[in-house]
Design a protein around this ligand. Structure first.
Ligand SMILES: Nc1nc2c(c(=O)[nH]1)N[C@H]1C(S)=C(S)[C@@H](COP(=O)(O)OP(=O)(O)OC[C@H]3O[C@@H](n4cnc5c(=O)[nH]c(N)nc54)[C@H](O)[C@@H]3O)O[C@H]1N2
Ligand SMILES: Nc1nc2c(c(=O)[nH]1)N[C@H]1C(S)=C(S)[C@@H](COP(=O)(O)OP(=O)(O)OC[C@H]3O[C@@H](n4cnc5c(=O)[nH]c(N)nc54)[C@H](O)[C@@H]3O)O[C@H]1N2
Ligand code: SF4
Ligand SMILES: [Mo]
Length: 679
């Protein structure tokens, strides 16, 4: 008889699903979505429905190993945990003594969204060590900056309310691909007559299922938002009462957008003036209308401005007032837990007497090859695969190849980064350890206990950093904390959204809705994160300039590299996490090209092509179709570089130029040329 256990999907996905797993004789036999969870609603995405393949894959790392030579060669020998911890501790000690502790750099991102294994014992360890701090910008920091500029506080419309919407704009949001649990709510709204429009440089799975798709030039969203404001204000379609009560600066905004006619925005965005005007009218007059903005728009050079300008639209039309209105980029800030007690940033002062230096993860290549005083001498990687996912891959790999760099990797699989490890440690999966989860696409806090035993000698990040702390002789009490102690510390928050939620309640219920009113309408009556609670348009700082790497940007560069490349998420994988799967490797080895761009280069579907620019090149298979307009190429991201020709994936061409605010990467502002290889 199968026993049914609860878990939580830890992948970097807004849905943060509640899972049920059948366990027979200690072995997981089936995974499904928990039907009781109001957003998971009993189903999983395709990639995680098959997660047990990954869990029991022969590729799982089972033992600690050390390199037997050759940076990047991926050759290792088995060692025991005591030796592994001793080697790492010894090297970190000697590097700190010789170069200062800031010569040590942690590198982690979204492998798990769990608090404890994602930002718990690891943070305490590196703070106490006095290591450099990592600025975790690789995904969303430009959007966070833009949304904060617009709203002051990053609350968003909850998914359950989308069923009440009459018009849904999926703006740089591939809902069916990356956020599939929002879809049933959208379908419910559509059955009641709502329309779904998509705004994206490519017609993705969601665009194909929408009532209307707008092809927009990459990085031009601010121009569209400003022109929509022009029409809304010019035709007095704004919600005058809401604007009067809860916003600030409408007159200056009116003045600012006067020049932003749809005619001006049309060539910049690639959307006809009449279409822009019609969209603006429909958006302003259909009530309620909601925007699902995702992080696609902010991976461009002025991504923060793009998010900010879009996020001002709901205040203009007053759509925050009713259920099914507003905007969702992320719901994460509602999880007002006691993060300071978890990550113990205060420990830096014990180590250094000050804050440690901050190193931007989106510039890893630069950090490893040019940083000085001190140079990075040790890199500890966990929950991330920078050799595959970081921009400007050639400089990242040059850095990882340095013989004088000591690299530790905590991983479940021998992926692209693991190949460069000096010491490679086997990690547990989310099915094997305890963790607490927030979500960025709903409002349920969730607890997962181990559902399966760890294979071989795999350990959780929490356990590894606890062992390392002991080896370094850190005797602060927090390094003795159990997982439950850490969760209790997080829950110790006086904020009304989380007050009174206990570990016992989480153990009993598995998922607990934040203590929010139902429906949660964060800005129905102001409540913006500003001193006066109003939404400030601050029109004088609203403006649009095209990205340098775009059709309207640097024309010298464009003459050499005429195609705008985007590398959005692959529908059936998760960044590089499923790169060991052949089907995923295949799906992420293609480049979508418009038939006219392909014909001009003598390229046909299935031809091998080289994508190149001044930073590097990679080899893909052409897929000639009309999912992209002329001038745009799209490569689903990201494949394991170690499986690709020349060991390079699409990040060999992406840039480490940073966004206007937030220090984020500009993956989707990237000019390239494409050529057919061979005959
Ligand atoms: N299946 C799957 N799901 C995932 C992931 C995955 O890899 N695969 N990754 C997870 C992660 S880490 C994240 S951050 C989220 C991201 O989720 P999303 O933000 O939905 O995903 P992206 O593919 O980054 O971007 C969304 C869309 O933006 C479009 N886009 C690109 N440039 C522009 C632009 O300039 N303007 C506009 N309007 N649109 C643009 C892309 O073509 C894409 O269709 O998804 C998570 N979920
Ligand atoms: N070209 C291009 N590049 C991109 C993007 C893009 O759209 N285009 N998207 C960017 C974005 S939005 C993001 S968020 C980043 C994502 O980049 P990453 O956060 O690096 O995501 P993954 O590639 O999925 O790698 C996560 C790794 O963590 C490991 N892992 C999972 N759980 C654990 C654990 O408990 N312990 C340990 N030690 N390891 C664990 C997994 O095995 C996996 O190898 O990529 C960025 N790179
Ligand atoms: S990846 Fe997202 S949709 Fe898939 S199971 Fe995990 S949380 Fe749910
Ligand atoms: Mo991300």
């Amino acid at each position: 008889m199968a026993e049914i256990r609860h878990s939580v999907c830890a992948l970097d996905c807004p849905d943060c699903c509640s899972l049920l797993i059948n366990v027979e004789d200690g072995r997981g036999s089936k995974l499904r979505g928990d039907p009781a969870h109001p957003v998971t609603r009993g189903f999983l995405c395709g990639k995680v429905a098959q997660y047990l393949e990954r869990e029991y894959s022969p590729g799982r790392l089972l033992y600690p190993q050390r390199s037997t030579g050759g940076k990047g060669a991926g050759r290792f020998e088995r060692i025991c945990w005591d030796d592994a911890i001793d080697i790492i501790g010894g090297r970190l000690e000697s590097i700190a003594a010789e170069f200062g502790s800031e010569a040590i750099l942690p590198y982690s991102y979204g492998g798990t969204m769990g608090f404890l294994n994602g930002s718990g014992m690891d943070r305490r360890f590196f703070h106490r060590l006095g290591a450099s701090r990592l600025d975790r910008t690789i995904c969303s920091s430009a959007g966070v900056a833009g949304l904060t500029d617009a709203l002051g506080i990053r609350y968003g419309t909850e998914p359950e309310q989308f069923r009440h919407s009459r018009l849904i704009l999926a703006w740089g949001a591939n809902i069916l691909g990356t956020n599939v649990h929002l879809w049933p709510f959208i379908m419910e709204a559509r059955r009641a007559g709502a329309k779904l429009y998509t705004i994206d440089p490519r017609r993705n799975r969601t665009g194909a299922a929408a009532d209307k798709h707008f092809f927009i030039n990459p990085g031009s969203d601010t121009a569209l938002a400003l022109a929509m404001m022009h029409v809304i204000l010019g035709e007095n379609l704004h919600d005058a009462d809401y604007v009067e009560r809860y916003t600030e600066g409408i007159e200056a905004l009116r003045e600012r957008v006067r020049q932003w006619t749809p005619q001006r925005a049309a060539p910049l965005t690639g959307i006809a003036a009449g279409e822009i005007a019609a969209l603006a009218r429909e958006y302003a007059t259909t009530r309620p209308s909601v925007i699902r903005l995702n992080f696609g728009v902010q991976r461009s050079e002025r991504g923060a401005m793009a998010v900010r300008s879009i996020a001002l639209l709901p205040a203009l039309v007053g759509s925050w007032k009713s259920p099914g209105g507003g905007l969702q980029l992320s719901t994460s800030q509602a999880f007002q837990l006691n993060r300071a007690a978890l990550d113990r940033a205060d420990l830096q002062h014990v180590a250094l007497g000050r804050e440690a230096r901050l190193v931007n993860m989106s510039e890893l290549g630069k950090a490893l090859t040019t940083l000085s005083q001190p140079a990075v001498k040790a890199l500890v990687v966990y929950n991330s695969n920078p050799a595959a996912i970081a921009p400007d891959q050639n400089s990242v790999l040059r850095g990882l190849k340095r013989e004088d760099l000591f690299t530790v990797v905590l991983e479940q699989f021998q992926n692209c980064t693991a190949d460069y490890a000096d010491v490679l440690l086997p990690s547990t999966t989310f099915l094997e350890h305890t963790d607490l989860y927030f979500a960025y696409g709903h409002h349920y806090l969730q607890l997962a206990r181990p559902a399966l035993a760890a294979p071989g000698e795999a350990k959780s990040n929490v356990e590894v950093f606890r062992l390392l702390a002991a080896r370094m002789g850190f005797d602060d009490a927090c390094f003795q904390d159990s997982e439950d102690d850490m969760i209790r510390a997080l829950l110790d928050s006086a904020h009304p959204f989380v007050r009174g939620i206990t570990l016992e309640e989480l153990d009993r219920e598995h998922f607990v809705r934040l203590r929010l009113p139902d429906p949660f309408l964060p800005f129905a009556e102001g409540g913006f994160g500003t001193p006066d609670g109003k939404c400030h348009f601050r029109a004088e700082t609203l403006d649009y300039t095209p990205p340098v790497e775009s059709r309207h940007g640097d024309q010298t560069l464009r003459a050499q590299y005429p195609l705008e490349l985007i590398s959005p998420k692959n529908d059936d994988s998760m960044n590089s996490t499923f790169g060991h799967r052949d089907a995923v490797d295949f799906e992420t080895s293609v480049l979508h090209l418009h038939p006219e761009d392909a014909a001009a280069r003598g390229i046909r579907s299935s031809d091998q092509v080289r994508v190149r620019n001044g930073r590097g090149s990679c080899i893909l298979f052409a897929r000639v179709d009309t999912s992209v307009p002329r001038g745009v190429a799209s490569a689903p991201a990201v494949r394991w570089a170690r499986r690709a020709p020349s060991g390079r994936n699409i990040n060999a061409v992406t840039s480490d130029r940073l966004t206007d605010k937030g220090g984020g990467p500009t993956f989707y502002s990237c000019l390239v040329e494409v050529e057919r290889i061979g005959d």
